[in-house]
Design a protein around this ligand. Structure first.
Ligand code: SF4
Length: 352
């Protein structure tokens, strides 16, 4: 481990680099504005961090801008109907995040008078906030000297300190190293500086070491193995699950959908009826109709690949309990990506 003075110098080098190179992001207060005393809005920081879990900055930007236009404050979001929020979240994936987002907004309004708690321990008690998000919110929104360790920071630390132990075993060591660099002052800017360096300079395949502010002290660069780090334990192949999905519209021009159970994959989202998803799914349709198999759609979840056979029909009436949406009111963009893929395939046969 390096001494404190060296760590402070490294943090300062990164902050100076960040002052000139910070990415412009819709939820971020630029370092020059921060220096003028403009504080980040904790609601926007929290919302962005929840959206960014498992999702790229590029995918999140448009969602973030739509959410903050519709619900500019945590009070607005807390008062929003569940279905409207789930529909706006559609396509972003990991739908438990959206359910917890609402629970968290309502807890902040009810239990904290609409003011986000500042400290890590209290943030951790809120729905959907784990250790990473608690650190990110307390550092970025409140400048608390918390250490944020995402994939970008792991990569920078492994290279800077030449950590050859593979991930995920190396995580505790990388956290200790990242903590050793976290400064007491400007902790929020520093957290964003390391993430930006990892996202724009110290990139996974071909790090731009020539323009990196840390290139004089980077041990992986000196050893000539920068691009090989971080090492990773080989991933287990994902299993494949199978199933059937049923896309139909009544002769009165209403789409036949269902709201998925709150618990489980795509929980609480609107979708087409499906069979169960496993190695040998039961293929009995959800109701009697003249079903036609028209092809398949594929989708990858965190732990498995899914292949669904798509069936279509134009029944005379819908079964009891179905969610019926008139064609004029139906927005495919309200569906999660898997269901939208099934719709895109089905519409060609249903409309022809
Ligand atoms: Fe990453 Fe290269 Fe900078 Fe080292 S010198 S931190 S490998 S970009």
């Amino acid at each position: 481990m390096r001494d404190d003075l060296k760590c402070m110098q490294t943090a300062q080098t990164l902050l100076t680099w960040y002052d000139a190179n910070a990415r412009v992001l819709p939820w971020r207060v630029a370092p020059c504005d921060r220096a003028q005393g403009r504080a980040p809005d904790p609601y926007r920081v929290w919302l962005s961090e929840i959206m960014l879990q498992q999702t790229t900055v590029a995918a999140v930007k448009a969602y973030f801008e739509r959410f903050t236009a519709l619900w500019p404050t945590v009070q607005d979001l807390a008062a929003a109907p569940d279905d409207a929020v789930m529909a706006e979240w559609a396509g972003l994936g990991y739908y438990a995040r959206a359910r917890n987002l609402l629970k968290c907004a309502r807890a902040v309004v009810t239990d904290y008078d609409g003011v986000f708690p500042h400290d890590h321990a209290t943030l951790l008690t809120l729905p959907g906030i784990g250790p990473y998000t608690a650190s990110a919110v307390s550092a970025i929104a409140f400048d608390a000297p918390e250490t944020v360790l995402d994939g970008n920071v792991e990569r920078v630390m492994s290279r800077l300190f030449l950590v050859e132990m593979p991930l995920p075993k190396s995580k505790p060591e990388l956290m200790t190293l990242a903590q050793s660099l976290t400064p007491q002052l400007r902790a929020g800017d520093y957290a964003q500086a390391v993430m930006d360096l990892g996202a724009t300079v110290c990139t996974p395949k071909s790090p731009a070491c020539g323009i990196c502010p840390l290139n004089r002290e980077c041990r992986a660069l000196a050893a000539g193995i920068a691009a090989e780090l971080p090492r990773k334990d080989p991933k287990k192949p994902k299993p494949v699950r199978l199933g059937h999905v049923y896309v139909s519209r009544t002769i009165a021009d209403e789409w036949i959908l269902e709201k998925r159970p709150e618990k489980g994959l795509l929980g609480g989202m609107l979708g087409w009826p499906t069979s169960d998803w496993n190695e040998a799914p039961n293929a009995s349709p959800p109701f009697t109709a003249n079903w036609h198999a028209i092809g398949e759609v594929r989708h990858t979840f965190t732990h498995f690949h899914l292949i669904l056979q798509v069936h279509t029909a134009l029944p005379a009436a819908a079964p009891e309990g179905a969610v019926l949406l008139p064609n004029a009111e139906f927005r495919p963009s309200d569906l999660p990506t898997l269901m939208r893929k099934a719709f895109d395939l089905a519409r060609t046969t249903i409309d022809s």
